[in-house]
Design a protein around this ligand. Structure first.
Ligand code: NAD
Length: 407
């Protein structure tokens, strides 16, 4: 990306606690930029509307101007949005992702010392999840049982598979799981590029190919093929390992793997999703970059977030690495139960901002913010959602925490 020194960045404040966490993040971002670049760089924040605030002002949940601003300025940041219930309006987040074709949901997961974790060695958790954002069972192709479409689909299956092989009742609902080569390849290519750029040791393809052979299994197979074809000099895959083992035996395969590790090659491996979830609890250090399909990615992201302190602190971004479009966002919801009470934790939005500054190449800004948060959490200084579980916890309000980060 070529980034001007004074980029215009559109932001959506967000509903519920959005107003409070955006106010906090905005203040901290500006202070960190000022400290890092002494006035030589500055962001021109440009508010765009979406969600309840937008609906109350102009009757539109997601105005065209908002979409156009994200298209024009490439990069944006947002707080949480209330999902409209009924009225034929789909999720606003999904609409943004689909319109900009943001095919990667990027979720880094790391632990901050001092933050309470349900696992024994949270310091071993350091992963970056690449979740495919556009395909899979999330494509929204479903038919409710009893509808003419569901019956027609049942009929179609019976004809294709033979009535005897269709073992489910006629009264079933159906969902379709599309997984394409193109969709899988662009996701896995982004994950491998990221791992190489950040000098990370491995990319793990997480899948359920043992059960869903052509969709989840396809994802794994296409991933290995892509890694071996496009990154042949830089990676060694466990698929290559298996082939060597078959022809030349285990000792030769082990040697090839060790040689690859000594040569600092990126190791591309795969694991079945249920085993992965278990292993992340037992041996999280075995995983670095993770590439996975949409539904697995949803489960995996939340489990890993819980392992390092929960959604109040987990950042995220939706990115199209081909066009450069990216929206950085708090991963939690609007928390209506604490909205307006000066209690909300701005950390998820702050760390999403850190990701955004890294994406812009403004690494110094992200480092300043991260260091401040590390220091505070070690002292037990955090908003109540985290502080109440800390051994030396000192609960701060949103505004007190914001000032402490700045100080
Ligand atoms: P939620 O994430 O808003 O809240 C779940 C729990 O976590 C609540 O107890 C809340 O107080 C707490 N919490 C969440 N973020 C926090 C923070 N930053 N600091 C302190 N505590 C925090 O989930 P929900 O209640 O299921 O959803 C509420 C609304 O948010 C719904 O309209 C939902 O559709 C929407 N939502 C939006 C997004 C998004 O825009 N990305 C994501 C999830 C949910």
């Amino acid at each position: 990306l070529i980034v001007p020194d004074n980029p215009i960045i559109p932001f959506i404040e967000g509903d519920g606690i959005g107003k409070e966490i955006w106010a906090a993040a905005n203040k901290i971002f500006d202070k960190a930029i000022e400290k890092a670049y002494q006035g030589k760089r500055k962001v021109e924040w440009h508010e765009v509307l979406a969600g309840e605030k937008s609906f109350n002002l102009n009757g539109n949940w997601l105005p065209d101007e908002t979409m156009n601003a994200f298209k024009k300025y490439l990069i944006g940041i947002k707080g949480p949005l209330t999902t409209p219930v009924g009225g034929g309006i789909r999720s606003l987040n999904v609409a943004l992702r689909q319109e900009l074709d943001l095919y990667v949901c990027l979720r880094p997961v790391r632990w901050f010392k001092g933050v309470e974790s349900p696992v024994k060695y949270p310091e071993k958790v350091n992963m970056t999840i690449f979740r495919e954002n556009t395909e899979d069972i999330y494509a929204g192709i479903e038919w409710m049982q009893g509808t003419p479409e569901a019956e027609k689909f049942y009929q179609f299956l019976s004809e294709q598979m033979g009535v005897k092989k269709v073992r489910f009742p006629k009264t079933s609902s159906f969902g379709v799981k599309p997984v394409s080569i193109e969709g899988s390849e662009r996701l896995i290519r982004s994950a491998i590029n990221y791992a190489l750029q950040h000098n990370l040791p491995s990319v793990t393809l997480v899948h359920k190919g043992n059960i869903m052979k052509f969709t989840e299994g396809g994802f794994k197979q296409w991933g290995y093929e892509l890694a071996e074809k496009e990154f042949s000099d830089a990676v060694f895959t466990m698929n290559q390992y298996a082939k060597i083992q078959k022809t030349d035996g285990k000792a030769t395969a082990d040697k090839a793997l060790n040689d690859a590790i000594s040569a600092s090659k990126l190791i591309v491996k795969d694991v079945i999703c249920d085993a992965f979830l278990q292993n992340t609890l037992l041996n999280p250090q075995d995983y670095s970059v993770v590439a996975t399909l949409n539904l697995n990615g949803d489960y995996v992201s939340d489990q890993l977030a819980a392992m390092v302190g929960g959604i109040g602190i987990a950042p995220g971004a939706n990115i199209n690495y081909l066009t450069g479009h990216a929206i950085f966002e708090a991963t939690h919801g609007t928390a209506p139960n604490i909205a307006g009470q000066n209690q909300a934790n701005p950390s998820s939005l702050l760390l999403s901002g850190v990701m955004m500054f890294d994406y812009l190449g403004w690494h110094e800004v992200g480092q300043l913010i991260t260091q401040a948060m590390e220091t505070l959490f070690q002292q037990g200084k955090a908003t109540n959602d985290l502080a109440r579980f800390m051994q030396n916890g000192q609960p701060l309000s949103t505004t007190q925490f914001t000032q402490a980060v700045i100080d």
